[in-house]
Design a protein around this ligand. Structure first.
Ligand code: A3P
Length: 317
């Protein structure tokens, strides 16, 4: 089932005019799950959060949940984030039980906040018709690759691989241009001006979290007063999130570690939280190779990394 090539039942042709036949979609969940997600019922008041792994999903998820649920910090502190706002692919990944793969999500009261890493073409077909609110977050690939390495080790993978080797493997996997990751982000980037889409980046959140909170409140038609804003900035700060057990994916980790049964490294999920942290973690040689891989993809789309991150050179990438 690993990296099987799957075929969506239908393509979102009403969103992006492109030659979908040239699109290869490998997806660890497999065709059965992809078909089930394709047919899933979407509610008008759903809010979706879609990202590539390790781009700041958890950070924006907690932010969004609090905005949606009227800044109920007490409720946020008393239940795991992934129970309040489930990860679409998780249940199937753990139990491989197609019949019950979406039970947790279907049982959720409205408004649901649903997280997924699936690419646009594999998301539920009703999303392309109902167009509920959807938030997409991107991040500098060099930082998310480093973050993915520590995450993998937290799950007991990459025991005999160091970070530099892991980055080389990522470059190898992403060697086709356009790469799957770049397809993922550019499809949402192209849709960023749609009224139902909010596109942002980890780097924008680092630069001005207040602005992102304000923009998201506007996007979701929610009011926020200064007292609530101050509480949000405190609750969502790196230091607070790092020590908050409810946002460090302990519920999910427990199940994944039980499933994989391998020795794991206990990295905190909210780990370092830096923009540009790769600079003191990756060797100059690996950074040059990553830059080359990234540039080939950007050239393909005629975009710059700053454009994809919605930056005007405020951050040294
Ligand atoms: P690092 O591993 O670079 O520290 P995701 O939720 O998509 O898996 O992303 C995880 C990344 O977001 C981790 O990056 C994590 O530390 C970072 N992150 C989570 N909460 C954060 C916060 N409040 N401030 C800054 N970074 C945060």
């Amino acid at each position: 089932m690993d990296n099987e090539i799957v075929q969506p039942k239908a393509f979102p042709n009403n969103l992006l005019q492109k030659d979908w036949t040239k699109r290869k979609l490998s997806e660890q969940c497999g065709q059965g799950f992809v078909d089930k997600v394709h047919d899933m019922l979407v509610r008008d008041d759903d809010v979706w959060i879609v990202t590539l792994p390790k781009c700041g999903t958890t950070w924006i998820q907690e932010l969004l949940w609090l905005v949606l649920y009227d800044f109920d910090f007490e409720a946020a502190r008393s239940e795991h984030l992934e129970v309040r706002t489930p990860f679409l692919e998780f249940e199937y990944m753990i139990h491989n039980d197609l019949d019950h793969a979406l039970d947790q999500i279907e049982a959720l009261k409205s408004p649901r906040l649903i997280k997924s890493h699936m690419p646009l073409a594999l998301l539920p077909q009703q999303l392309w018709i109902k167009k509920p609110k959807l938030i997409y977050v991107y991040r500098n690939p060099k930082d998310y690759i480093v973050s993915r390495y520590y995450h993998s080790r937290s799950l007991g993978f990459c025991k005999d691989t160091n970070l530099q080797e892991f980055a080389l493997e990522c470059i190898e996997e992403e060697s086709t241009v356009p790469s799957e990751d770049f397809e993922h982000v550019t499809e949402f980037y192209e849709l960023r001006k749609e009224p139902w889409i909010f596109y942002t980046s980890f780097e924008r959140m680092k630069l001005n979290l207040r602005q992102v909170i304000e923009d998201i409140c506007k996007f979701l038609n929610k009011e926020i007063n200064e007292e609530q804003m101050q509480k949000m900035l405190h609750h969502l700060s790196f230091e607070e999130m790092k020590k908050n057990p409810k946002v460090n994916h302990r519920w999910e980790f427990e199940q994944m570690r039980a499933k994989f049964k391998s020795e794991y490294e206990n990295n905190n999920f909210v780990r370092r939280g830096k923009a540009g942290g790769y600079k003191d973690e990756l060797s100059a040689d690996i950074i040059a190779k990553l830059d080359d891989m990234i540039q080939r993809n950007l050239d393909y789309y005629g975009l710059s990394l700053n454009e994809l991150l919605l930056l005007d050179g405020e951050v040294a990438l």
